[in-house]
Design a protein. Structure first.
Length: 269
């Protein structure tokens, strides 16, 4: 009889705790309702898009170039490479991105980068994990593209590190934000052509002495918010390989594709 009574008390206590948790959750949702990640309209669940924003985002799917991750309009067969990968082989093994840098995706990147919307990193990383599942599986450590110390102090956070941190939590892989350093102050890449971007970031990165043990002999997943021309990513990947990384893969939230960015737009990358 005592056992039954104790069990009944346990069940009753569990119901009370469950009700209390639901009540607290309801109160929080009333005070801080979840907002659309694209336009900030109220939605039912955190990290989701509203009915207007959802159709305006383009997820990158196969078929794509196995090296660059750029999508093909038609299935070209397994292992088919893009002209870019053949003409200019990159210093990394594979690159993947979750979405095209257009419309809603652009607003999400800019919200994270310029409006302190660090809450978006968790949801953006979820889409990245889906697009880069094979890269995450092979990674031995996750490293974000770093900011120069001066820019980091002005901005107070590194958007690439926020994405990398969220990916590490999801995957259980080591997060090493200090494994790569930006040692050269560079101009903003906005408005520069491909050659100017490459010149701007040449020699900008290195693996510091304290980062050697975190990189040497390991396969690194390099994380950034947007892949534009690949100049920054390539410079960072070369530095990691000079630092002893056995291989480098690249995972970004967005990828600039032809037509994603027009010179007459005020939006920045």
């Amino acid at each position: 009889m005592t056992a039954l009574t104790d069990r009944g008390v346990d069940i009753k206590g569990a119901h009370v705790k469950g009700f209390a948790a639901s009540a607290v959750g309801f109160g929080i949702r009333m005070l801080f309702p979840p907002l659309c990640a694209g336009c900030r309209r109220i939605v039912t669940e955190p990290g989701t898009l509203c009915g207007e924003c959802w159709p305006k985002i383009r997820f990158l799917e196969r078929p794509w170039c196995e090296v660059m991750g750029t999508p093909f309009t038609h299935d070209m067969g397994e292992g088919f490479l893009s002209a870019e990968a053949i003409a200019n082989p990159p210093p990394f093994q594979r690159a993947r991105a979750a979405v095209s840098y257009h419309g809603v995706a652009r607003r999400m990147v800019q919200g994270l980068k310029y409006s302190d919307r660090t809450d978006l990193a968790r949801w953006m990383a979820g889409w990245m994990a889906r697009a880069g599942a094979e890269l995450l599986a092979d990674a031995e450590t996750i490293v974000p593209v770093p900011l120069h110390r001066g820019r980091f102090l002005r901005r107070r956070f590194n958007q690439s590190a926020e994405l990398a941190r969220a990916l590490a939590r999801r995957s259980g892989k080591p997060f090493e934000p200090m494994a790569l350093a930006r040692v050269k102050i560079t101009r903003q890449q906005v408005g520069l052509d491909r050659r100017e971007r490459e010149d701007n970031v040449r020699g900008a990165f290195r693996v510091p002495p304290e980062g050697d043990i975190k990189v040497r002999g390991r396969r690194v997943l390099l994380v950034d918010d947007v892949y534009t021309t690949g100049a920054t990513i390539s410079a960072a990947a070369r530095a990691l390989k000079r630092g002893g990384a056995t291989g480098v893969d690249v995972l970004t939230f967005a990828r600039v594709l032809p037509g994603d960015f027009r010179p007459d737009e005020a939006a920045t990358i």
